[in-house]
Design a protein. Structure first.
Length: 283
């Protein structure tokens, strides 16, 4: 089992160019599946996959009933695995044929109001907490994922013109994110005073860990007295929602966020539409 999973992992990394997080998730999913069915890969049938997914949905695999998104990820993992086996000639029939993803109800993401964002950023002192203030500011004003923030290098910053270069990975073209005027002074002050060498937010020779940024964010939320469940991605959602509400074209927002598919970005249109429904309720 271990050998075939490692071969699959190499395929994902070097041919499909998946991220490290995707590799870990897919390997874990496939290992659980193979352990459950207890068969050689060339003897696995569609009914084995169906039985596994049924057990998974009942909570027999992980100990709790998973969400539709988790089940969908398992199906994606197994699709990739059996496609690899088929391409490699290790199986003649693919048991994933006609296995469908569950219908996922799209959840409108939580976001902060512009006043809440301002309160959150102002919760950090520019004199004593410049590092924290700059990190939280960039999460919002550049719409960054937390991994993108942590991996941001000093060479990724331009002040003339003001933008960030964000590495997209997976063989995709890096995206350029213009920086709004509000964040430039704080970022420039941080760079001038801290003088980071490689990563913008360093921890020794490495970049700061995402859990550290999350801890900073939680402290800021507490100080700002924001009564919402705020995560780093909440600021990215807020960035997108505020742009849509200000009339920015959805395709522009898609490029700023680095979404491959427009359908991923379109969820923010529903957030803007909800504001209209809430407005007429006041009549």
């Amino acid at each position: 089992m271990d050998k075939i999973i490692e071969m699959f992992s190499d395929y994902l990394a070097h041919v499909r160019r998946h991220s490290e997080n995707t590799l870990k998730a897919y390997k874990k999913d496939v290992r659980k599946f193979l352990t459950y069915v207890g068969k050689q890969v060339n003897n696995i049938e569609r009914k084995d996959v169906e039985e596994f997914l049924k057990a998974l949905s009942k909570g027999d695999i992980t100990g709790e009933s998973p969400r539709e998104t988790t089940i969908s990820r398992y199906i994606s993992s197994l699709n990739s695995f059996f496609n690899y086996l088929e391409l490699s000639g290790m199986i003649s029939e693919n048991p994933m044929e006609r296995i469908k993803h569950p219908r996922i109800r799209r959840k409108i993401p939580d976001f902060l109001t512009e006043d809440e964002v301002s309160s959150l950023i102002e919760a950090f002192s520019e004199e004593n907490e410049l590092r924290q203030k700059t990190a939280i500011s960039l999460l919002y004003y550049a719409g960054l994922r937390i991994s993108e923030l942590c991996n941001l290098r000093t060479t990724d910053i331009s002040f003339i013109p003001p933008f960030l270069r964000v590495e997209m990975g997976k063989g995709r073209k890096d995206r350029l994110v213009p920086l709004p005027d509000k964040v430039i002074p704080i970022l420039k002050k941080y760079i001038d005073l801290e003088n980071p060498k490689i990563f913008v937010f360093e921890n020794g020779k490495k970049h700061v860990h995402p859990s550290t940024v999350f801890r900073w964010l939680k402290e800021g939320v507490k100080r700002a007295n924001i009564k919402k469940d705020v995560h780093p991605h909440t600021l990215r959602h807020s960035y997108a929602t505020h742009l849509i509400r200000k009339g920015v074209n959805i395709k522009v927002v898609q490029e700023l966020l680095g979404h491959t598919n427009l359908s991923t970005t379109s969820i923010y249109l529903h957030v803007a539409d909800q504001e209209k429904f809430d407005a007429v309720k006041k009549l």
